[in-house]
Write a protein that binds this ligand. Sequence first.
Ligand SMILES: [Zn+2]
Length: 157
Amino acid sequence: MAKVESFTLDHTKVKAPYVRLITVEEGPKGDKISNYDLRLVQPNKNAIPTGGLHTIEHLLASLLRDRLDGVIDCSPFGCRTGFHLIVWGEHSTTEVAQALKGSLEEIRDTITWDDVPGTTIKTCGNYRDHSLFSAKQWCRDILDEGISDDPFNRHVI
Ligand SMILES: [Zn+2]
């Protein structure tokens, strides 16, 4: 089986919330794609319930694109502790952490249910499993901890 970087990370050594650069991949024509680990809660200590995580996912799809150039995809980890972010080109973890922080602040402070995209039977694969209340509570807790641009040494931006 192919070796995947994410499974070589020692999850007991990281200090969430943080942004970590996983890899920069280069295509045959020299285009670069970066993959980031947006870790919102501490692995094996916490996990965001699916309703809140799902709503954060739908909102980050738009809010990160508003703040960062070249966003391709942002998808939750199966362990429910954070997201993969895939982006064209290269960005510093500080820049990504700032975009994430601004997005979570907007969810916590200003987003209403009408702002959440894709919450109908036609536009979502599990439209009943959303919770903006939970999303806001988790964003508040994550922001209270502060988002570090370094996974191993706390450097809150
Ligand atoms: Zn959905």
